[in-house]
Write a protein that binds this ligand. Structure first.
Ligand code: OAD
Length: 227
């Protein structure tokens, strides 16, 4: 069994119908990202931010995992797989992946605005007035711009142990997420799948310049045949 780490971004969910951040018109679902995904935005206009994430949460209930999520889940039959995702959707879990680390939080969770460790499952809309048991307003359990990424240390340690790394659907522009690749072993093989790849192939990096739905199953088939 190999230890395989997957680093996924918005592109893996694009074909399920969830928009990426930096493709197209530079807006995210018609918003400047800093207007909806930053601590300043939540201070300035909490209702707008809550409403934006309510829409994302509702949209998530209408979409399904695609063949890339499903292939990654199937890879667990052959290898020890950990998925480190920048995505806040639950499509990797719904496809059947059992070891998923969300670097940027989870849409289906809410947390206290006062105690960041008080985290609740949250499937419905989240509104002003929705409070935890300590009577503090709840907010989406999302890592916004301007906030620390608490899972980054755990993720860096996991990537250190990887024999192979699959990177899929990320522009590799957002740090610290993009930086964890530097913790990989020098001989870890990297498979990079993105129709618009941000890196060039080398002896160690195989680039699949195609969509996740076709590229991921190819890489999974290749890895499944290796012991
Ligand atoms: P980006 O929107 O920056 O990049 C999406 C990547 O997916 C691009 O490289 C596209 O070429 C690629 N892509 C598009 N369609 C694809 C498909 N069908 N198959 C495979 N790849 C495809 O998204 P991320 O890199 O995930 O953070 O963005 C990182 C973070 O920036 C997000 O987690 C988010 C955002 O700010 C927060 O909200 C905190």
């Amino acid at each position: 069994m190999m230890k395989i780490v997957v680093l996924s971004g918005a592109g893996v969910s694009a074909e399920s119908g969830i928009k990426t951040f930096r493709d197209g018109n530079g807006l995210w679902e018609n918003h400047d990202i800093m207007e909806v995904a930053s601590t300043e935005a939540f201070k300035r206009n909490p209702a707008l931010v809550l409403d934006f994430y309510n829409q994302r949460r509702r949209q998530l209930q209408t979409v399904e995992p695609n063949s890339a999520h499903i292939a990654l889940a199937e890879l667990e039959k052959h290898h020890d797989v950990t998925i480190i995702t920048q995505n806040v959707d639950d499509l990797h879990e719904r496809a059947g992946s059992t070891d998923v680390i969300h670097l940027h939080g989870e849409l289906l969770k809410a947390r206290s605005t006062v105690d960041e460790n008080l985290i609740l499952e949250w499937k419905d809309d989240l509104n002003i007035g929705d409070c935890c048991d300590n009577n503090h307003q709840l907010r989406p359990h999302i890592v916004w711009f301007g906030e620390m990424v608490p899972m980054i240390e755990v993720a860096s340690e996991i990537i250190e142990d990887a024999d192979a790394i699959i990177i899929v659907g990320t522009s590799m522009q957002v740090y610290p997420a993009a930086g964890i690749i530097q913790y990989a072993k020098a001989n870890a093989q990297v498979y990079f799948i993105d129709p618009n790849p941000s890196i060039n192939p080398t002896k160690r990096i195989s680039v699949y310049a195609e969509k996740a739905s076709t590229g991921v199953p190819k890489v999974v088939e290749k890895l499944a045949s290796m012991s």
